[in-house]
Every structure is written in structure tokens, then in C-alpha cells.
Design a protein around this ligand. Structure first.
Ligand code: SF4
Length: 66
């Protein structure tokens, strides 16, 4: 699984990390630290990735299943 973090939609709510801490990290300003990038979700972190993506109010995270 991969997660595409939209750099323009991410508005720094921090909900992705609150609901999926094992999949996402925030920067010092509360934005997703990987905004604008595509990250590989480690095996075992898929559920956290889904929960964090669903919690994002901006729909900034798009998951791509392998
Ligand atoms: S919840 Fe969404 S908008 Fe907020 S930091 Fe995470 S990706 Fe960005």
C-alpha cells in the first residue's frame, strides 16, 4: 500500500497522525510531514493508514492498494 499526501490540500489538522500514528507523522507546524509526497506504508500499518486517511477533513490522503 502507498499513501499519496496532497501538498496543497493538507491544511495541518493533524488528524491523520492522531488516528494513524504508526503510518503518519507531523512536522513542527502540525502538517503531515510527507505532504506533497507518496509514501510506502509498512506492512502491518495498513489499518492505521486507512483510519488516518478517513479522518483527514481535507481528503488530502489517497491510498493506493498494491
Ligand atoms: S489530517 Fe489531513 S490536512 Fe490534517 S495534517 Fe493530516 S493530511 Fe494534513
Amino acid at each position: 500500500m502507498k499513501a499519496i499526501i496532497d501538498g496543497e490540500l493538507c491544511s495541518g489538522h493533524g488528524r491523520c497522525e492522531a488516528m494513524g500514528a504508526s503510518a503518519y507523522t507531523l512536522d513542527d507546524n502540525g502538517y503531515n510531514a510527507e505532504r506533497g509526497k507518496t509514501i510506502v506504508i509498512k506492512p502491518g500499518n495498513e489499518d492505521a493508514a486507512r483510519m488516518g486517511a478517513e479522518a483527514c477533513p481535507e481528503r488530502a490522503i489517497t491510498l493506493v492498494e498494491d
